[in-house]
Design a protein around this ligand. Structure first.
Ligand SMILES: [Zn+2]
Length: 244
């Protein structure tokens, strides 16, 4: 059993959502004994592979309320690795959190919306697109819309308070190929992968790779949770262990 870790903003939001969740929801998947922290099966817990890192970039994770309690959610991996640099909010179209609006209007920041590539074309019609980040001392703050493809689209189009912000164009994924990903998700980039590309764009390669590795470990352990077998440890675990 690991010692309790300090709460990051995702865990605080999750506790709040758990308190609101219905009993039916909580009963789902009850047969698996899950780690309370990472929500994976106890035999596939990722908590001991989680480094705490510092970055110059920051993230605003805008989560659809349904996403917060999903064990498949990957946005939380960003808050895991960068707890001091990840701000997490439940999305509300009409009542955005004042702290969120405060971050968005902070003149020290460059807030950029990360909207998956398929939508860039549509977004370009009315939005400024950013392909590289000027080195002007502002904190690059990436706003991630964390939900299903459909939910993220709605969050993007319905949030009038996001209207004035440019969209970032992410670099191509470097083809390391997360084969396991496709077995349980769409072909779209996951939130964690999109964040890794943001870090790459911001020239934070080491942290980008660490997040990619942590995401890969998450995938392996998630599959091990589903298959009820212990996860196989590989090179990716060794790389993460060096950062612990
Ligand atoms: Zn765990």
């Amino acid at each position: 059993m690991l010692p309790a870790r300090p709460l990051n903003q995702f865990l605080i939001l999750r506790d709040k959502r758990l308190a609101e969740a219905t009993r039916e929801f909580l009963a789902r998947g009850k047969s698996v004994v899950r780690c309370k922290d990472c929500a994976l099966a106890a035999h596939a817990c990722i908590c001991s592979w989680r480094p705490t890192l510092e970055s110059r970039s920051e993230f605003i994770l805008l989560m659809h309320r349904d996403e917060v309690l999903k064990p498949t959610n990957t946005g939380r991996l960003i808050a895991d690795l960068l707890p001091a640099h990840t701000h997490v909010f439940c999305w509300s179209r009409t009542e955005p959190d004042p702290a969120l609006l405060g971050l968005l209007s902070d003149p020290q920041r460059r807030c950029l919306i990360v909207f998956p590539e398929e939508a860039n074309e549509a977004a370009a019609k009315s939005r400024q697109l950013v392909v590289e980040l000027p080195d002007d001392g502002k904190i690059n703050t990436f706003v991630l819309l964390d939900g299903t493809w459909k939910q993220s689209g709605r969050m993007f189009h319905l949030s009038r308070w996001l209207d004035d912000f440019p969209c970032v164009v992410l670099p191509e994924a470097d083809g390391r190929g997360y084969a396991v990903r496709k077995s349980h998700q769409d072909n779209y980039l996951s939130t964690a992968e999109a964040a890794a590309l943001c870090l790459q764009l911001a020239n934070e390669q080491i942290i980008a790779e660490a997040l990619g590795d942590y995401f890969e470990v998450f995938n392996l352990h998630y599959l091990a949770t589903r298959a009820c077998v212990p996860p196989q440890k590989g090179e990716v675990h060794a790389r993460l262990a060096q950062l612990l």
